[in-house]
Design a protein around this ligand. Structure first.
Ligand SMILES: [Zn+2]
Length: 262
């Protein structure tokens, strides 16, 4: 399966979705699927099972759970700079995770940045020149708050990242057709990027991928450096967990990005 620069592969029998434009000699990026099982520690599932699945999926990619860093996602716009000494934060227990943050940035090689989603947008950013990487969790609140653009801006402030160099992958997430919103939310999105809001006979809808794309372009990311998977979590419950399609009772996929140690 290939869609807009993304490929689905198997590693040790587990599904892996990867953006081909991001995976080069310097970095590894990947996103899990439903068959691998829930990989988040905040859904109330037995942590032992979750940690074991995380370990197996990462090992299939040649990575170690000891190097994973995750944040406690709060649908906000806080961004954390991740250092070598943060490796392992939140890997095995949620208490160790980086507090209240939906975006992680690092230039430390070998540290694995993680995000957990089921409908929300997992966004993977790669600055090949610095080099540096970032992962962003963006639901509608984060999107409205401008978290994707803020992350690029922060990379520029901290590392001198030129947005024109950045490659951005948007992973499997709820599509515009599935994301129905009420009139108030439609208006808020419409006030920023009206072309991302549309209406059919039944409801107002927002195209979050298009919204994020415009936010990134507004920061100076080139349109042809943004790669949307084109895969919807709500349209494809056979492949993905979907918070909306399953009324909140569901698991989460894990998305990771890491600079390789050379
Ligand atoms: Zn859909």
């Amino acid at each position: 399966m290939t869609t807009m620069g993304w490929v689905e592969t198997k590693a040790a029998g587990l599904e892996v979705y990867q953006c081909r434009e991001l995976n080069d000699h310097q970095i590894i990026q990947a996103f899990s699927g439903r068959q691998t099982g829930n990989l988040a520690l905040h859904t109330g599932e037995d942590p032992k099972q979750v940690v074991n699945r995380r370990r197996l999926w990462l090992e299939a990619l040649g990575l170690s759970l000891d190097r994973l860093v995750s944040g406690i996602q709060v649908h906000g716009t806080n961004i954390a700079m991740i250092k070598e000494t943060d490796a392992g934060a939140g890997a095995r227990e949620i208490d160790g995770a980086i507090r209240e943050t939906d975006a992680l940035i690092t230039k430390s090689a070998g540290v694995i940045l993680a995000t957990f989603t089921a409908d929300c947008l997992p966004i993977f950013i790669y600055d090949p020149v610095t080099p540096a990487v970032a992962v962003v969790h963006a639901g509608w609140r984060g999107a409205l708050g401008g978290i994707a653009a803020l992350t690029i801006k922060r990379m520029n402030q901290e590392y001198g990242t030129d947005p024109g160099n950045c490659r951005v992958g948007i992973g499997p997430s709820i599509c515009g057709d599935c994301f129905r919103v009420g009139p108030e939310l439609a208006e808020r999105f419409g006030a920023i990027h009206p072309q991302t809001v549309f209406r059919d006979e039944t409801a107002s809808k927002v195209d979050l991928q298009a919204f994020i794309r415009l936010e990134l372009q507004g920061m100076g990311v080139k349109p042809d450096h943004i790669y949307d998977s084109g895969l919807c979590t709500a349209c494809r419950p056979d492949r993905f967990f979907s918070y909306r399609a399953e009324s909140g009772e569901t698991g989460r996929m894990m998305g990771i990005i890491s600079l390789k140690k050379t």
